[in-house]
Design a protein. Structure first.
Length: 77
């Protein structure tokens, strides 16, 4: 697993060593739901493409500009 991110107001992608999630139980449930759905959707296209990605902002109703996004990328080949 590799984890990447950006510093605030920067455009350069950096390799992260550690990620901390400071969230409520409801937000944690949202993340778990998003990851479960991403797992299912990525598995459905595994034989059809070399890579798939999903954004939390596209999945979560009520996501607002400026809130953090979580992007799951899966490579298959």
């Amino acid at each position: 697993m590799q984890i990447y991110g950006y510093q605030k107001d920067e455009d350069t992608l950096i390799n992260l060593e550690e990620v901390s999630l400071h969230c409520t139980l409801e937000e944690l449930d949202d993340i778990i739901g998003f990851l479960s759905k991403s797992r299912k959707e990525h598995a459905e296209v595994a034989e059809k493409t070399g890579m798939c990605h999903s954004h939390l902002r596209d999945w979560k109703q009520g996501w607002k500009q400026g809130e953090p996004d979580l992007i799951v990328i899966t490579t298959f080949k």
